[in-house]
Design a protein around this ligand. Structure first.
Ligand code: ZN
Length: 160
């Protein structure tokens, strides 16, 4: 069976950046399952998997535009230090959660001074070229329930 819209793809992946540093990997764990053609994974990876079958293995390079997007300078801003609890550990590279218009948003701390904290609302992988070492484990038809929900159930997917 080939990867196409409305199929469920199960795959193992290792994601590295340009320097070869591993950012994320399913190796040694459960493979990732996703519903193809529903924007559940980045567009560049969907494109690379489209039309392939179980056993397909490749290293795919994906530009930021086809990945998590370019970094938006407008999403980097300063917040007053006093808005954060005094005992809250704040260090560059750390993450803070805040309530956005569409649910919780994770911000990355860029810089901390006595008066202000510089925060970055971009996705941590925005602006990065991504290298995916992927192997398709399984391709199957999605159930009608999965199609209605827009995501995968069971193994490697949502449990509810
Ligand atoms: Zn569901």
């Amino acid at each position: 069976m080939k990867v196409a819209r409305d199929t469920v793809v199960t795959l193992h992946y290792t994601l590295t950046d340009d320097s070869g540093e591993v950012l994320d990997s399913s190796a040694g764990g459960e493979p990732l399952g996703y519903l193809h053609g529903h924007g559940n994974i980045i567009p560049g990876l969907e494109k690379a998997l489209e039309g392939n079958s179980a056993g397909f293995q490749s290293v795919v390079t994906i530009s930021a535009a086809e990945g998590y997007g370019e970094k938006n300078p407008g999403a980097i801003f300063d917040a007053p230090r006093k808005h954060f609890p005094a005992d809250m550990p704040l260090a560059p590279g750390g993450r803070v959660q805040t309530q956005g218009d569409h649910g919780p948003v994770t911000l990355t701390i860029v810089k901390v001074t006595d008066d202000s904290v510089t925060l970055d609302g971009n996705h941590p992988l925005a602006g990065k070229t991504l290298h995916f070492d992927v192997e398709i484990v399984d391709v199957r038809d999605a159930s009608s329930e999965e199609l209605a929900h827009g995501h995968v159930h069971g193994h490697g997917g949502h449990h509810h």
